[in-house]
Design a protein around this ligand. Sequence first.
Ligand SMILES: *Cc1c(COP(=O)(O)O)cnc(C)c1O
Length: 222
Amino acid sequence: MHMGVAENLMGLKKDIPGTVKLVAVSKTKSEAEIMEAYNAGHRLFGENKVQEMIAKQPNLPADIQWHFIGHLQTNKVKFIAPFVAMIESVDRLKVLKEINKQAKANNRTIPCLLQFHIAEEDTKFGLSLAEAEELLASEEYRQMHNISISGVMGMATYTDDMGQVTREFRNLASIFSTLKTNYFSKVSAFSEISMGMSGDYAVAIKEGSTMIRVGSLIFGER
Ligand SMILES: *Cc1c(COP(=O)(O)O)cnc(C)c1O
């Protein structure tokens, strides 16, 4: 088992502003490793696979907030809808409709982030600004009462070129501002910019991130 999770977590928390939320990305990591972070006081965790999240969740403390951060298939939304604290990876209207439907079935509202494709790599999922505006302007979106769009999420290109990473994060921050002005000016819940991982969280925070998603720096390499 990897040792030092609590130390890694404390070091990272010292390094980031208190206003920036930290999602500890626990994908591929054991329940024992998650409990090391939990026992160090951490409550916010992220997983990118539905099967893995629903296998771990019942075995771990109920006050853990689980963020779903991976590509989400419509037919799997029902498995996480009862407990998920936020779905950060909404990349199409169809999946948002299903989240709304399953949230309603569970008598709750599910906070969601719109995921944007900001990287130059074409391997990452996400909306363009035009696609997001089409979604937000649609009658179908207007009819959804069990989801709350809380902001945006994106992943930068996996590169050492921090100039490029800066440009990509700046683009996401600008998308956030545009959407805030045009669609959410009166919606205080629309407040999160989820960007930054182990290799680029410092740049992300400099560019306005309110939520970083960090795995390997806390739990060790996968
Ligand atoms: C795995 C993952 C992370 C964390 O990556 P690290 O490099 O281990 O910090 C963040 N966001 C998403 C969407 C991920 O899939």
